[in-house]
Design a protein. Structure first.
Lengths: 951, 464
């Protein structure tokens, strides 16, 4: 069993290195061992794919599976390819060295051999290229497997690969750091604060001093954005400044406590979770079906963060909350009530909360339209397993779906064992009562709005159906037959019924199809207001399709459900049968000691996920806590300790501070997995309070150009959501909200009304909420459509919810400038900001001063004040005599669609009732020239670097 | 990556002069000195094509009724089909093409008789018709994602993103990767031209067919261009002061430069889009004189103008090819709408000597089946989705001229000769651009990612 700890390996690592050269199998020569243990695996990984494995398609007629065929060479090199005893004269070496651009092997950058690998090959050739037979190879491998550590590294025991070669391959311990047990390291002596101790130990090793402390304004901005995603108010800044003067430490701790207690804290940290978990209000793909009530999961996550729910509980609820609810029902009402309660939805609030949590398992894009059932099912399983792996275990599961993992100790068997844990998981929108803590605000208005849209679509549809049926009646009369309605005549032979679209011309046929689509789209959207939850349940097969997923009304008989390794990842090629299980390489059992298979999960329909969740939340699981604290660290410092938070594998970036990561993870687990405590710990470190510039800039550029050692605090740009929320906050327009139904903010009008293809039709236009009270809420509460991103948020790098995002991009591109200078949204904010300043302050100087305090938290410098005063005066002059247009809101639009089947374009009208009683935000046309001039200045501030970057 | 190659003192000097020097002089100096992420990069091997114009027929054009005629189907018309393609179940029957076909040009390429302008020998003899490609996904968005990004999942960079990442773009005042669609976005929307995990500079920029070509390109109507210039100068003042206080922050200059680039684009983009300056005979060549060919023709002409101005990759989406029913009406109207524009584009490029290094691609996300099922109880004359066979056209950019590569079976149900998956087509396109898919990689989430996902082959038969 794997009891090798990282430290013990390191201790006798060098000793073994020398020993292993002399030890070995008696009969085997050095060359044969080299071949078996190194050269053969290298061929198999890098060459045989094109040169032997597929007997039908051997590239260049060069077969490397046997010594004979290898020496015979191929189409191009013949016998020159390998001359035993003479590596320098062997073309093979030339090609792997990529000396000739026409002959670079293996051809992929990803596969290119390292210098060590090339040296091995040369040595083997110089030793005469010996080729041990199968029997000898096995003996050599067996002998080798007995050694705990060799110069090749350690063996990581797993459930076993598809071949021995993989099973017994070795890893450098530092490469598989994440799979190794976690031990809480000693804190170095450099500082009283453990975080600073670890960081400073590395810095002094590199001969770098940490940066000085940042000034209080920088600190309050940094902390407030980090914990709430919003700017500090001028009052908060001034209070903090004076508290800082009295007692900096107390002021800082007080600030952190205050921010952690704010309900905005959960709104901010839930966003980070959603980047990884991929929250959206629709399902994406061809229909982009609405996921009504997905908001309940959104609010659950916000609540969990605000309540500081222990992370292990958070994990278990999201993965197996429905099973917990079932157990609770079983205790409450007895086992025979589990299924009937699933149907009735009579759950207690505690049970409901847990059902809502499983929304996590429903976050991926999914649509089964035009996909065969088993394939659609496999797509779901692949997606959910990959998501669970990336989110909780920092393991990209899809890398070992088709074969044993190329680099990590993750056999493909474990992939299918983990997948089998979800084999009985069925998707459903389930009934579950609304909770007291859930906001039901806007439900009645919303329902009335949707009903209005539905009534319109129904009426339009009925008109066309009536026209068609009248024509059908006429046809029946002409043909002396009795009228039959569409459903009854559908399957009759052509001559016994009227033509298919009788009475309707091409345009009307297209219109009918659109109206029929609209009828069900709006009917379905009425589900928004029903007490349902996007969740899962355990069963043998699901009911319905992505349009409507429901629990099968009858409890199914308990037939067995089997899972297989899919050879090469192909659904058509089931191989060995597997039972549910966990990742074996971690050495953390999921089953009791009596079980022969320590990494097994239950094979029953019920209980698979709960055991999996408990295994993930096991304090000994080395990936879980490391993965989470690594993400938390990244959100504070802008860079993670291990640079690929979704992939801790061999090819992921190595941790810059492995001991710190382990210390944090251990500390996190020991102290009840609570996050707010972790924030306090991180934020009270000197490292977090450092300035973002460093006195020895030139020196640092040489010693640590990437700032991996955190000699100064990394700068970051505001996220898309922070930008929008901040502009609303400082204009005073931001409305407090308590979650609930998604709100529809104003987005670029052209995009809102732009036609968008879905299967068979166009998606209905996006209509913003009619009142600022609903529109101007924080972005996390906005309706998020997979098929139509808010262009403002998309431009500022809000991630695509189809894939888990481990770290956001913040590249500056020109379209960002367009939207932040010219868009209606930003113009409205600038007007609102100016309007607010006009009311607060009298003289131009005071206005500029107030604008700076609100936007930047500081006073303008005299030179800024002077220059902007001139600007303000010039702009006032510019705006005199200009009369901006008042925007007009369309109450209906005409859409053109190319009829999918006939290729003919046709028009139809869509109503936009949101604009009938629309309450616009303050517009340029509503204010005077002075205000517009001041708005120009506000716009400058919004666009300035000082506004968008945090230091 | 960082355009901030100027020393701080030089930078402040330049920005200080912003308003008096005028934006052009200032930004010219900056552009020359800055290493923009879109700066031109040398190809990995000698390139045959410099630019790409990709005409994407959304919905899945029928190969059998466009460029891969199957006379045998006419004989089997409305007889029961034994084919099991796609999601087909229940009674299926063969559908003969409603169109005749003929061999055209000196090369004798076959096409349906609906193609009038493409049949002109001057155009037809430039074409390379590839019939061996196979897709994987039966549904539109997944199949669109696959053809456009190399992955069905809809999260990876588009072909155009990879091309601009590999080669940059020679006009820094225009986006390097431009996308044009009809009024309606194709299924899957902007994911089809997303930069995926590549930096945002390589994202496709959609030029909108109506309204402002780029969202919010121009300032609000009540603000003049001088007003905008003044705002930028005031901002430069604020930013310059800020940069002086934060000398370690390297992103600042890049962001300032982006505002200047945006300002230049405000004049450059409308210039490219405005085709009024084109002579009448050119407009007519692209079919701008007829209502049904005007939309697509206009986009083709804009594509030529953009490539001329140095845009690396232009993609045009044209929808409506999903003919499950009314095949005759549907496909003939779709063919009519693109025929003249496509042919005009190829002719025009040729006349200007641009075809040699501009690769024109015509394709859809998959082909169509030779048979159909009944709809609403009647024999509906249309075709289903087919991932096993499709047709593609290439022209210019170093592809073999006047030739047919690969073949489908007698009925067009399945590709049988020179069969390749989409990734091989992608590798071949990159190869023509002087890029090697195996070396055009980007390290993301612990792995060197590439367009073909796991590597693919070049299709040598397509290369001239």
């Amino acid at each position: 069993m794997k009891a090798v700890s990282l430290t013990s390996v390191r201790v006798f690592f060098t000793a073994i290195l020398i020993l292993s050269v002399t030890a070995g199998t008696h009969a085997a020569t050095e060359g044969e061992k080299l071949f078996t243990l190194k050269v053969q695996p290298l061929f198999s990984e890098k060459c045989n794919g094109c040169h032997g494995d597929d007997r039908e398609k051997i590239k260049g007629e060069f077969d490397m599976l046997t010594r004979e065929s290898l020496l015979a060479g191929g189409e191009y090199f013949g016998k020159d390819v390998l001359q035993p005893g003479n590596s320098a004269g062997s073309a093979l070496i030339e090609t792997v060295k990529w000396l000739d651009p026409d002959w670079e092997m293996p051809p992929k950058e990803n596969d290119r051999l390292t210098e060590e690998q090339i040296a091995l090959l040369e040595k083997w050739i110089d030793l005469g290229a010996p080729w041990a037979d199968e029997e000898k190879q096995s003996a050599i491998r067996e002998e080798e497997a007995k050694k705990e550590v060799t110069d090749e590294g350690i063996i990581v025991p797993t459930s076993g690969g598809l071949g021995d070669e993989w099973t017994y391959r070795r890893y450098q311990p530092e490469d598989v750091w994440a799979f190794m047990p976690m031990e809480k390291p000693e804190v170095p002596e450099e500082s009283d604060h453990p975080i600073d101790a670890f960081l400073q130990a590395k810095l002094s090793e590199a001969g770098i001093d940490p940066a000085p402390e940042a000034d209080p304004l920088t600190l309050i901005r940094r902390a407030t954005y980090d914990l709430t995603g919003l700017p500090p108010t001028p009052e908060a800044v001034s209070a903090f400044r004076s508290a800082w003067k009295d007692n900096a430490d107390l002021a800082w701790k007080g600030l952190i406590d205050e921010l952690l207690a704010s309900s905005h804290y959960g709104e901010r940290w839930a966003q980070h979770w959603f980047d990884v978990a991929r929250y959206a209000d629709t399902g994406g793909m061809s229909n982009d079906y609405e996921r009504s009530n997905a908001w309940r999961y959104r609010d659950y996550v916000i609540r969990a963060f605000n309540e500081d729910r222990p992370y292990n509980q958070f994990v278990i609820e999201q993965l197996a909350g429905d099973e917990l609810a079932d157990r609770s029902v079983e205790e409450r009402l007895g086992p025979d009530k589990i299924h009937s309660t699933r149907i009735s939805g009579d759950y207690t609030p505690e049970e409901t909360e847990k059902l809502i949590a499983t929304g996590f398992l429903r976050m991926g894009p999914y649509d089964d339209a035009m996909v065969k059932k088993p394939e659609a099912r496999q797509i779901y399983l692949d997606d959910v397993v990959n998501s669970v792996g990336q989110t909780f275990l920092a393991t990209t599961m899809r890398c070992f779906k088709c074969h044993d993992h190329k680099f990590d100790p993750l056999p493909t068997r474990d992939y299918y064992r983990m997948t089998a844990a979800f084999a009985t998981t069925q998707l459903a929108e389930r009934p579950a009562p609304f909770l007291e803590q859930e906001s039901l605000e806007g439900i009645d208005e919303g329902r009335a709005f949707v009903q209005g849209m539905l009534d319109f679509a129904t009426a339009e549809k009925d008109k066309l159906v009536t026209k068609r049926e009248n024509a059908a009646r006429a046809w029946y009369q002409e043909n002396n037959r009795d009228y039959l309605p569409l459903e009854e005549r559908k399957s009759l032979p052509d001559e016994e019924k009227p033509p298919r679209h009788v009475g309707l011309n091409i345009v009307e046929q297209g219109q009918l199809k659109v109206r029929e689509q609209d009828v069900w789209i709006w009917t379905r959207r009425l589900e928004r207001y029903e007490p349902m939850v996007q969740s899962v349940y355990n069963g043998l097969s699901g009911k319905g399709n992505a349009r409507s997923l429901r629990i099968a009304p009858k409890k199914e008989s308990s037939a067995e459900i089997k899972s297989f390794i899919l050879t090469g990842g192909a659904l058509e090629a089931p191989g060995e049968e597997v039972t549910p299980g966990v990742i074996s390489a971690l050495g953390i059992p999921s089953a009791s000691d009596e079980n022969e298979d320590l990494y097994a999960l239950p094979t029953s329909v019920e209980g698979r996920r709960l055991k999996l969740a408990q295994w993930i939340a096991n304090p000994a699981n080395p990936l879980t806590a490391r993965a989470f604290v690594n993400r938390v660290w990244q959100q504070h410092f802008g860079q993670a300790i291990a640079g690929n938070p979704n992939n801790f594998g061999v090819k992921g970036k190595k941790p810059t501070h492995p001991e710190l990561l382990d210390w944090l993870a251990s500390d996190f687990v020991e102290n009840g997995w609570t996050l707010k405590r972790m924030h306090r710990l991180i934020m009270t470190s000197e490292a977090y309070r450092q300035a973002s510039h460093h006195p020895q800039r030139e020196e640092l550029a040489v010693k640590d150009a990437e700032n991996a050692l955190l000699a100064y605090f990394p700068t970051r740009r505001l996220t898309a959501e922070e930008l929008r929320d901040t502009t609303l906050a400082i204009t005073g327009e931001l409305k407090e909200a308590r979650g609930g139904l998604p709100v529809m903010p104003e987005i670029n009008m052209e995009v809102a009304l732009q036609p968008r293809m879905i299967q068979f039709s166009l998606a209905p236009a996006y209509q913003p909420d009619a009142t600022p009270e609903r529109r101007n809420r924080r972005t996390i509460y906005a309706y998020k459509v997979r098929g139509m991103a808010d262009p403002f948020l998309e431009l500022f790098n809000r991630p695509n919810p189809n894939d888990s995002c481990e770290m956001r991009d913040s590249a500056a591109v020109s379209p960002q400038a367009f939207t932040l200078m010219n868009s209606d949204q930003i113009t409205d904010r600038s007007i609102a900001f100016a309007h607010r300043l006009m009311q607060q302050s009298s003289s131009p100087d005071e206005k500029i001063r107030e604008a700076f305090l609100t936007a930047f938290g500081r006073e303008p410098a005299p030179v800024e004040l002077a220059r902007l005063n001139t600007y303000l005066a010039d702009m006032t002059e510019y705006h005199e005599g200009i009369h901006p247009d008042r925007p007009e809101y369309p109450e209906e639009i005409t859409r053109t669609l190319v009829e999918e089947f006939s290729g003919e374009p046709f028009d139809y009208t869509e109503i936009l009732p949101a604009f009938e009683n629309y309450v616009p935000d303050l517009k340029a046309a509503d204010v005077d020239a002075d205000t517009r001039a001041l708005a120009d200045l506000c716009l400058l501030l919004f666009n300035s670097n000082e506004f968008v970057y945090l230091y | 990556m960082n355009p901030n190659m100027l020393s701080p003192s030089r930078r402040s000097f330049l920005y200080g002069l912003g308003s008096s020097l005028g934006s052009l002089a200032l930004t010219d100096i900056l552009a020359k000195e800055a290493a923009s992420p879109l700066a031109v990069k040398q190809p990995m091997h000698p390139a045959k094509a410099k630019n790409v114009i990709m005409l994407f027929m959304e919905g899945g054009p029928s190969h059998v009724d466009t460029f891969d005629p199957k006379p045998k189907l006419q004989e089997l018309h409305k007889t029961e089909s034994r084919s099991t393609a796609g999601l087909a179940n229940g009674f299926r029957f063969y559908v003969g093409s409603p169109f005749g076909s003929r061999k055209v040009g000196n090369s004798g390429i076959e096409m349906s008789d609906q193609w009038v302008h493409m049949a002109d020998p001057e155009v037809a003899d430039e074409l390379c018709n590839y019939r061996g490609c196979q897709a994987e996904s039966l549904n539109h968005p997944e199949a669109l994602f696959h053809m456009n990004t190399g992955s069905r999942l809809g999260a990876d960079p588009a072909l155009g993103s990879w091309a601009t990442y590999g080669l940059g773009s020679s006009n820094q005042n225009l986006p390097g990767f431009v996308v044009m669609t009809e009024a309606a976005l194709p299924q899957g929307g902007s994911t089809n031209w997303s930069n995926g995990f590549l930096p945002a500079h390589y994202q496709g920029t959609r030029l909108r067919p109506e309204g402002s070509p780029i969202l919010d390109l121009q300032s609000q109507a009540f603000k003049s261009r001088e007003h905008q210039r003044r705002a930028l100068d005031e901002m430069a003042f604020l930013n310059q002061k800020h940069a002086a206080a934060n000398p370690q922050h390297e992103d600042l200059a890049a962001r300032m430069e982006n505002y200047e680039l945006a300002y230049r684009m405000q004049t450059e983009v409308p210039g490219v889009v405005d085709i009024e300056s084109e002579p009448e005979h050119v407009k007519e060549l692209y079919g701008l004189d007829q209502k049904e060919t005007e939309t697509f023709g206009r986009q083709c002409l804009m594509a030529r103008r953009m490539v001329e101005k140095g845009v690396r990759f232009v993609q045009i989406f044209s929808g409506g090819w999903d003919s499950h029913d009314y095949l005759e009406r549907g496909h003939s109207s779709r063919i009519r709408s693109v025929d003249k524009g496509m042919a005009g584009l190829i002719k025009d490029l040729k006349q200007r000597g641009m075809l040699e290094d501009t690769l024109v691609i015509w394709c859809g996300e998959f082909g169509r089946t030779p048979d159909n099922n009944k709809r609403g109880g009647v024999y509906s004359l249309g075709r289903g989705h087919n991932v096993d066979a499709m047709t593609m056209l290439f022209a210019g950019g170093g592809v073999k001229k006047g030739t047919i590569v690969g073949a489908t079976d007698e009925l067009g149900a399945e590709a049988v000769d020179c069969v390749h998956p989409i990734r091989d087509v992608h590798c071949t396109i990159l190869h023509l651009l002087g890029l090697d898919d195996n070396k055009l990689t980007y390290f993301h989430a612990g792995r060197y990612k590439q367009l073909s996902q796991f590597g693919g082959q070049i299709i040598p038969e397509l290369i001239g």
